[in-house]
Design a protein around this ligand. Structure first.
Ligand SMILES: *Cc1c(COP(=O)(O)O)cnc(C)c1O
Length: 406
């Protein structure tokens, strides 16, 4: 098996998600509209909790149906069931856009809401879907989990839906965080705090991720933390040193949405995101996030040009897009997966697991996307050497995947 020269590997794996760095803070002005620019905003602990709250606000309940894209994150389904409603999947086109004809076919009287996702940070045109929902008195939940920033022909992300949801964890260096926003409806001011243990866990989680990647001089950051938080943190750290990990001491301290699970824990409905996450969201250098993610995307696209065995999911990066990852379609996905895993390249196989029962008969495009798609990191904290290593490793893995026996 062809191998990547070990000397080209970084000492640590490259971070798969943005981790805290001292360069992360700056001006709030982003250069692109942000989800939380909306007039009504609630910062909660995850995107899936925001979905549950959005459906509840639309009055979705037992006997209702919610239309969900057949290409999806399994975390989008349990919030529908939490409301007591049923899911019907609608088809998407090969480029992930909504198959409007299929939505039209599935628009029955019981359909209370439709969910639409801007996949991978590329804002879709939702005007026709919006009109269809209006004609059928169905609410539209705009899933911006991949699209915290962006616009399509002057329409900001989050402005088309009755409600829009975000997964702030996917764009900011935080341990937990999602948001529910609306340009059309008020949101009640009733979020409750989740307690000191959760606050500490949220801060520790983000700091540990950063220290683990060697991104933060610990002392400088500790100096910036307010005293009460430091006290809570310190008692937690001492508890850990004594052998009791935070996780075993208090299992529900943090939402499971912060792990890689797809589950929905209604305990976190109407709970406010941590002080730490809210502080990072407020202070983050947003122009840097947008500019770097776009630059890293274009750089990777150029670096992979001419390599065999792949094509980009999207032909171009529109001006209004801030990518979550770089989505490529592989010709030999199983072989590529194996090579990337062996090389330690972080990847997102979005749609590789779809909700049970969703198959090629439901939507062949979704199954094909789930099988062929690889999302590569383009986040703002990738250093130049990490990006060089990433591009070289992916090129080598692609070449090896095409050379492998079928
Ligand atoms: C991640 C994701 C969600 C849920 O977000 P969490 O913050 O993980 O709960 C919803 N929709 C899509 C498309 C996602 O990728």
């Amino acid at each position: 098996m062809p191998r990547i020269n070990n000397s080209t590997l970084p000492r640590r794996a490259i971070p798969s998600v943005p981790v805290l760095s001292l360069g992360a803070f700056g001006s709030r002005r982003a250069g692109l509209p942000a989800l939380d620019d909306a007039p009504a905003v609630q910062l909660v602990t995850s995107g899936r909790i925001a979905i549950g709250m959005a459906l509840r606000a639309l009055g979705v309940g037992p006997g209702d149906t919610v239309l969900v894209p057949a290409y999806h994150s399994p975390s989008m389904i349990p919030p529908v069931h939490w409301c007591g409603a049923e899911v019907v999947f609608y088809r998407v086109h090969p480029d992930t856009t909504v198959d409007l004809d299929d939505v039209r076919r599935k628009m029955a009287p019981g359909v209370r809401a439709v969910m639409a996702t801007h996949f991978f940070g590329f804002p879709q045109d939702l005007r026709a879907l919006r009109a269809l929902c209006d004609a059928h008195h169905a609410g539209l939940v705009e899933d911006c989990a991949h699209c915290f920033f962006g616009e399509h022909e002057g329409v900001a992300v989050g402005a088309s839906g009755d409600y829009a949801i975000g997964s702030s964890m996917k764009f900011f260096p935080i341990f937990e965080g999602g948001c529910l926003v609306s340009h059309r409806h008020r949101l009640p001011d009733r979020l409750a705090g989740a307690g000191a243990g959760f606050e500490a866990k949220a801060a520790l989680g983000a700091l540990e991720a950063s220290f683990g990647q060697g991104r933060l001089p610990a002392l400088r950051l500790a100096a910036a933390l307010p005293l009460h938080l430091k006290t809570v943190l310190w008692s937690r750290i001492k508890a850990r040193a004594a052998g009791a990990t935070v996780a075993t001491a208090a299992p529900a301290l943090a939402p499971s949405s912060s792990d890689s699970s797809f589950s929905f824990d209604s305990h976190w409905v109407d709970r406010r995101s941590s002080w730490f996450s809210r502080r990072v969201l407020r202070g983050a250098d947003r122009a840097r996030i947008v500019e770097r993610r776009r630059r890293h995307y274009l750089e990777l696209e150029r670096a992979l040009e001419g390599a065999p065995g792949w094509q980009p999911l999207f032909a171009a990066l529109p001006q209004g897009a801030c990518p979550w990852v770089f989505p490529l379609l592989a010709e030999r996905p199983a072989a590529l997966h194996e090579r990337l895993r062996a090389a330690g390249v972080p990847m997102v196989r979005f749609g590789a697991s779809l909700w049970p029962g969703v198959d090629a008969a439901t939507c062949a495009n979704s199954v094909a996307l789930g099988r062929r798609l690889f999302g590569l990191p383009v986040h703002q904290e990738l250093s130049p050497s990490e990006r060089t290593w990433l591009a070289a490793s992916v090129r080598a893995a692609l070449a090896a995947s095409m050379a492998a026996p079928a």
